[in-house]
Design a binder for this molecule. Structure first.
Ligand code: PXG
Length: 474
């Protein structure tokens, strides 16, 4: 990692008035997915600086960011060349659009670069400002595609419970988060869900006679059942995250996605992988679809395309879909920031970093296997009922007892207790129910993995002592 740059060193010197910022925050700032009243009582933690895999808060605490921000800071914090790329482009041309038969150099070059780093069926991209907008684009694009082919009734999109596809009306509808559906009258029409391929929660308990691989085939068969229920003539597409991220790093059995592919092919249904988290090396291949073994017609991306340094998202469109849509004239869809030149310039530099530093190969061949070995060894902890990784995504399940496995009462929120200990110990690890998850920056070294695992063990020990003293272990 390069030496700390001057502006970062200057930020280190700055003093922050934590209490004042917290008061202003609670008076004026509505946070996403947050109980604002509860947060106001506590005060938000103010993050002021980042370098490599670490961030610092306004009180000077150093924190290991094992979540890469929100699954996005893949090349780590403090990369001067990304800031330089934005600065240069802002001076030259801070904005122009691609609507009225115009384009910009960085957006064209990025489109070409994306066609190089994606599977061979992809040679075209539609840009958006985020993953949610990318998935809105998917909904409009697949329905328009079938309409162009003379099948306007082929509109239904099948997705999965506990999938996450964003927060816009279409994104949240595609997602399978019931708490989101309950607010704002979702899902929108013609989106329907099947159950997720989650072995530990569903396979192990409801299909104990099946092996994990056999459960993968069973879980894929739910797609076929749904297609037959809705009528293949009405189904436009299936969408899923290769590995579910926000749902808790749910790694499907290896049989699942090839079977999903077979079913989509059999019924002539478009296959969409949402690569917003899995893309750009997170799973140890450039794309999650390559890791899980399927060939999508469309792929949504965001986050890792710029390592989160600036907002950008989009949809990779296969030749099969693009050729039909392009033959039929205008696609009446687009965002002010589609192909934003500054975001594109940052993305180009970011992808060059990923390539030049061989980050994808490193995760697949070196640091990913090392993380797997260390993280999966956490299974020896009395609180851990399952621990698994895929590339640089990992999840473990907190259990009340291990033989036989017994879960904590979900109302106790054991995961939040553990998250609290992580927060206090200088580690960002997320809780999704009682599943504790990480997705560290792809630049994390072996010694940093050791440091992170030691922190996780410490926090598991603190959690164990805590839940024991609360009498939760029975
Ligand atoms: N698809 C996937 C797979 C995502 O993970 C989106 C789409 C939406 O992207 P935008 O850029 O519109 O946010 C995401 C976003 C969490 C969490 O709790 C995850 C995301 C966003 C917010 C919270 O893990 N992922």
């Amino acid at each position: 990692m390069a030496a700390i740059s001057k502006p970062i060193a200057a930020a280190q010197q700055r003093r922050f008035d934590t209490q004042q910022l917290q008061a202003l925050d609670s008076a004026h700032y509505m946070h996403p997915f947050t109980d604002s009243a509860a947060l106001a009582k506590k005060g938000a933690r103010i993050i002021v600086r980042g370098e490599g895999v670490y961030i610092w808060d306004s009180e000077g605490n150093k924190i290991f960011d094992a979540m890469s921000g929100l699954w996005c800071v893949n090349v780590g914090y403090g990369r001067k060349s990304l800031a330089d790329a934005a600065y240069r482009q802002m001076l030259e041309l801070p904005y122009y659009n691609s609507f009225f038969q115009t384009t910009t150099e960085p957006s064209v070059r990025l489109a070409k670069l994306l066609s190089e780093v994606t599977p061979p069926q992809f040679n075209r991209v539609f840009f958006s400002g985020s993953g949610s907008e990318g998935n809105d684009t998917v909904v409009r694009l697949v329905r328009h595609y079938w309409s162009c082919l003379g099948h306007p009734q082929k509109k239904v999109i099948i997705s999965r419970w506990n999938g996450y596809h964003g927060s816009t009306m279409a994104g949240a509808s595609l997602g399978g988060m019931e708490g989101m559906h309950q607010q704002g009258g979702l899902p929108i029409p013609d989106i329907t869900h099947i159950q997720q391929p989650y072995w530990f929660e569903i396979g192990r308990t409801q299909y104990p006679h099946l092996s994990k691989d056999a459960f993968g085939i069973e879980a894929a068969s739910w797609l076929e059942k749904k297609i037959l229920e809705v009528g293949a003539e009405n189904v436009a597409a299936f969408i899923g995250e290769p590995v579910q991220g926000a749902g808790g790093v749910i790694i499907p059995p290896k049989t699942y996605w090839p079977e999903i592919q077979r079913i989509c092919d059999k019924y002539g249904i478009l296959l969409v992988t949402d690569e917003v988290i899995c893309g750009f090396g997170r799973t140890g291949q450039w794309w999650g679809c390559e890791t899980v073994g399927c060939k999508p017609d469309l792929m949504t991306f965001a986050k890792g395309v710029t390592s989160g340094y600036i907002p950008l998202g989009g949809v990779m469109v296969s030749d099969k879909v693009a050729d039909v849509v392009i033959r039929h004239g205008d696609f009446n869809h687009g965002y002010t920031y589609s192909g934003h030149p500054v975001a594109a310039a940052v993305a180009i530099e970011n992808i060059n970093i990923v390539r030049n530093e061989n980050l994808v190969d490193k995760v697949r061949l070196e640091t990913g296997p090392y993380l797997k070995q260390k993280f999966e060894a956490l299974i020896d902890h009395p609180l851990v009922g399952e621990a698994e990784t895929c590339g640089f995504m990992a999840g473990l399940v907190l259990v009340k007892s291990k033989a036989p496995i017994a879960m904590f009462d979900s109302a106790l929120e054991a995961g939040m207790v553990c998250r609290g200990h992580c927060f206090a110990s200088g580690l960002i690890m997320r809780a999704v129910g009682d599943r504790m998850i990480i997705a560290p920056p792809l630049v994390t070294t072996q010694s940093q993995i050791d440091e992170m695992i030691a922190l996780i063990r410490k926090c598991l020990d603190l959690t164990y002592a805590d839940v024991k003293s609360r009498g939760w272990l029975g």
